[in-house]
Design a protein around this ligand. Sequence first.
Ligand code: HBI
Ligand code: FE
Length: 438
Amino acid sequence: VVKQTKQSVLEEARQRANDFGLTEEEVVLSRTIAENPDDQSIQTAALILRMRDGMSMLPRILKTIESFKGQVAHVETRSSKNEGQYDVLVKINITRQNLASLIRNLRQGTSLGGITLLADNTKAVTVKDPWFPRHASDLDNCNHLMTKYEPDLDMSHPGFADKEYRARRKLIAEIAFAYKYGDPIPHIPYTETENETWKRVFNTLVDLVPKHACKEYQRVFNKLIEEKIFEPHCVPQLEQVSLFLKKNTGFTLRPAAGLLTARDFLSSLAFRIFQSTQYIRHINSPYHTPEPDAIHELLGHMPLLADPSFAQFSQEIGLASLGASDEEIEKLSTIYWFTVEFGLCKEGTETRAYGAGLLSAYGELLHALSDKCEHRPFEPSVTAVQPYQDQDYQPIYYVANSFEDAKEKFRRWVATMSRPFEVRFNPHTQSVEVLDSL
Ligand code: HBI
Ligand code: FE
C-alpha cells in the first residue's frame, strides 16, 4: 500500500466524488460531521468501493453497512477501467460515530477481501477521529462485527450447509445484539448436540492441562471444576462465569455476536470487560473452529482472566488501544495475538502454554510445544510487527519469561506510542479518565 499525504487523499476523494457526481454540499456536510464529534444525528455519507472480483462482493458490502447500523439510501455500480472489476457508490444514512467505525473496518480490509475503499467524502471524520468509549456503557456502541467467517456467507464454514445450525447461530447472535450494559447475560439452554461438542473438547483438554498449561491457568481451571462451573456434560453459562471472574479480578463478560473489529474488541478490555461469543462451533468439526466460539472463550480465555497478573496485562492492552491510530491498533492486535491467543511462557526449564488459542485446541497445543515450530523471546517491538495468519497452525510462537515480565516490557513499549494523552481507568465509576500529557 502506497502511503499518501492527507492532502492528496482528500484531493483524490474529491476527484472520485466528482466522477460519481457528488455535490460540493455533500462534501461540506461531511466536514460538519467532523466538527461535531458527539453528534448522534443521522447523516448521509457516500463511499466508493472497488470490487476486484466481479459483483459477487456486493451482498457482503451491504451486510457490513447494515452491521454498522447504516441504512443504504442509494447504490450505483459501474464497471471500472480494469477488466472484471466494478466500482460501487453507496450513499448511507448513518451516525457519525458508526460511519467512522465502518470506514475503519473497510480500510482494514481484513473482513472484506477483494474490496478496496477508493474514496469517501468524509476523510476528515476518520483521519482525526478522537472518539473512544469513556464509560463501560459506551461499549453498547462498540460491537461492530467483521463479516469474516459467517456460516451463511462462507462456503467453507462447517455450518454452511446446515440450515438448523444457521438458524441457531442467528438466534444466539440476536441475543448479543439486544444486550445492553447492566443486563444479566441471558441463559442459553444449550442443546444435546452443543453439550456433546463441549464434552468432546473438554475431555481432550483435561488430560493435557496438567502437562502443558502454565501454572496460573491450572490453578483457576481446577477451581472452576471444584466450583462445578466447568462440568464435562454441559456448556457453562456465561453469566455464571462472569460472576466468578468478577469475584476474582473484577473482569466481567458481555455477549458478542461474533468476531468484532480489533478496535472494538480491544477497547472493552480497558474496562475489564471481555466480549465473549455464546454460540457453539459445529459438531462436525469439534476440534477446530475458524472463528471464536463459546468453547474457545470458556476453555481458552476464562481461566486466565481470573488471574490477577494476567487480568492486569489484558486491561493494559485495552487501555493502550483507546484513541490509538489504525497502525497502532494493528500492532496491538498482533501483540494480543501472540500473547493472549498464542502465548507461551517459561516455567523453570520448561515451556508451557498460556494462549487461549492453544488451550482450547489440543492439535495446535501439541504443535506449539513440539519441535515443528520456532520459539522466539517475547519482545513487544518485534512481536508487534510479526505477520500472522489465522487459517493454519502458527509457524512462530513468542515466549514470555512470566506475565510480570511481559507486562513490564509491554509498558515500556506502550510509552513509545504517539498518543498525546494518557488514560486511566476509574473502577469506582467504570469510566476512563483522559489526562492531557502535553
Ligand atoms: N472479536 N469476538 C471477538 N473475539 C476475538 O478474540 C477477537 C475479536 N476481534 C478481533 C480480534 N479478536 C483480534 O484482532 C485480536 O488480535 C485483537
Ligand atoms: Fe480468543
